[in-house]
Design a protein around this ligand. Structure first.
Ligand code: UDP
Ligand code: MG
Length: 170
């Protein structure tokens, strides 16, 4: 993938409504149309800190608090699936299949158009997150994944020595 022209990484999140609606397989199948490569994937229980950092560009919007609750899974299930896709023009290819942010405006064949809804509180429950541009993608991938969790990390890395407490199997 590193050799590919215009190689990019993009972050995809199957949001809690997507998991609750059993759409994970469907979404991964749809995204396979792009011929992009999955370079990282994991299930995440989203903390408040992660949610606020991820959506910090929307702080101050009337729907912000509900959006944080939504991505933390307060309304559906407390988990998301985070994936990183890589390849030529990854960001735009994934966004095209996702569709517009507002599920009512999204193409009916897009993921958001087919499965999203607008709640009575006005939040777009649109099933999937996808990075909007290169700057967002890099920021978001670095927020959600460490270098060791990606097959082909394309961003510069440093090695550090540190003492950490971590869980091991008994
Ligand atoms: N959102 C919303 N109402 C809005 C704008 C955004 O509920 O008017 C939610 C929606 O779930 C969206 C997320 O906030 O996916 C992030 O918004 P952004 O503008 O970054 O859209 P995206 O990049 O997800 O298309
Ligand atoms: Mg966005």
């Amino acid at each position: 993938m590193g050799e590919t022209k215009n190689a990019e990484l993009t972050l995809v999140i199957v949001k809690p409504d997507g998991l609750k609606k059993s759409l994970t397989g469907n979404i991964i199948t749809r995204l396979a149309e792009t011929k992009l490569v999955i370079v990282g994937s994991k299930m995440v229980r989203v903390s408040r800190d992660l949610a606020v950092e991820h959506y910090k560009h929307l702080q101050g919007k009337p729907f912000f608090e509900d959006l944080i609750k939504y991505i933390m899974g307060e309304y559906h299930t407390k988990r998301v699936m985070a994936l990183v896709y890589g390849g030529a023009d990854a960001i735009q290819k994934v966004r095209d299949i996702c569709g517009s942010t507002n599920p009512e405006e999204a193409q009916p064949v897009s993921i958001r158009g087919a499965y999203g809804r607008i709640t009575t509180k006005g939040v777009f429950e649109n099933v999937i997150h996808a990075s909007a541009n290169a700057e967002d993608a890099e920021r978001e991938i670095k927020l959600w994944f460490g270098p060791d969790e990606l097959i082909d990390p394309i961003y510069p890395m440093v090695e550090v020595e540190e003492t950490i407490r971590r869980k091991k199997w008994k």
